[in-house]
Design a protein around this ligand. Structure first.
Ligand code: 13P
Ligand code: SF4
Length: 303
């Protein structure tokens, strides 16, 4: 089927079923183009919390669709490819977290949304890369178990030095793949270009960055800066939005390795099939979902 035909069918079925399509900035361009709402993790969580439609088609990775389901237990949340996971989220383990909580009974658990529902359910509050610093600052606890991203945890620890951060050892293989050598190479070519990086990048890279922020933070910063050439340290899907909003600026990706294979699993045919067959429905055990929702609601209240 031609791309235009698939898009037309998606629009027709979506309208007939009164569905809404949410997509993350790391999705393929063709998927971003048909989304009703595009955002980073925090924006998508907020949007998911207020959606009216009976069906949400979530184009992202599994933990994001799961978050949408927890926030909308009465709605049908569909992920077009069931195997679109997040290796970072898979590095968080609920039983190891239980042990860590036993060792540090006075610590609060702050859980990055890139984690399974079982880990969210054992946490005091969730956070995303947009609000991690503010979430940690808002807690009365001096000790914080931060799970599962060690790079975001280390960034938070630098921003909130008055707290003791007990880190987890997880990492995003995509953002972890960039090195100070990549920064030096691009800085050699474009010495005046600022480096905008996601906090999942290694600390040595973040130290060399001019701005550290979430995907939406990077998009906002790129629009505000006077520089016409920018170096981008996050997943390459974001380039679509950056170019659309800044047609006169040039964007260079810190490394070609900044491509998330899981985010790229969904294509237009998958979205159409998801709408037509209403698959793959995301299901979460109601008791675990209730506990995880508490951590998510606390996050949404704080910021
Ligand atoms: P954002 O919080 O910037 O959307 O990041 C999500 C993510 O998966 C980063 O790899
Ligand atoms: Fe997970 Fe990294 Fe992909 Fe984000 S970019 S979904 S953290 S693997």
């Amino acid at each position: 089927m031609l791309k235009e035909d698939v898009v037309e069918k998606i629009m027709r079925v979506k309208e007939a079923k009164k569905a809404v399509i949410l997509a993350h900035y790391y999705q393929e361009d063709e998927v971003q183009e048909i989304a009703d709402f595009l955002g980073d993790s925090l924006e998508l969580s907020r949007k998911a919390a207020g959606v009216d439609s009976k069906i949400i088609v979530f184009c992202g990775v599994h933990f994001m669709a799961e978050t949408a389901k927890i926030l909308n237990p009465g709605k049908k949340v569909l992920i077009p490819v069931s195997g679109a996971g997040c290796p970072l989220a898979d590095m968080a383990n609920p039983y190891v977290l239980d042990k860590l909580k036993e060792i540090h009974p006075d610590a609060a658990v702050v859980c990055y949304v890139n984690s399974p529902v079982s880990v969210k359910a054992r946490s005091h509050v969730c956070c995303t890369s947009s609000n991690a610093v503010n979430v940690v600052r808002s807690l009365p606890h001096e000790k914080i178990i931060f799970v599962p991203d060690r790079n975001l945890g280390s960034y938070v620890s630098q921003q909130v030095p008055e707290k003791q951060i007990i880190p987890w050892s997880g990492f995003c293989p995509v953002h972890q793949s960039v090195s100070p050598g990549d920064v030096l190479e691009l800085k050699n070519r474009y010495p005046a270009a600022p480096v905008l990086a996601h906090p999942e990048c290694p600390p040595e890279v973040l130290k060399m960055a001019d701005y550290v922020g979430s995907t939406s933070g990077i998009i906002k910063k790129a629009g505000e800066t006077d520089s016409h050439i920018l170096i981008i340290g996050t997943e390459k899907g974001v380039l679509r939005k950056l170019k659309e909003e800044n047609p006169c600026k040039m964007f260079y990706l810190l490394s070609e390795s900044l491509s998330c294979g899981d985010m790229k699993k969904i294509n237009l045919e998958d979205v159409l099939r998801a709408l037509e067959k209403e698959e793959y429905s995301v299901e979460v055990d109601s008791e675990t979902a209730r506990k995880a929702r508490y951590s998510l609601d606390r996050m949404l209240e704080i910021i």
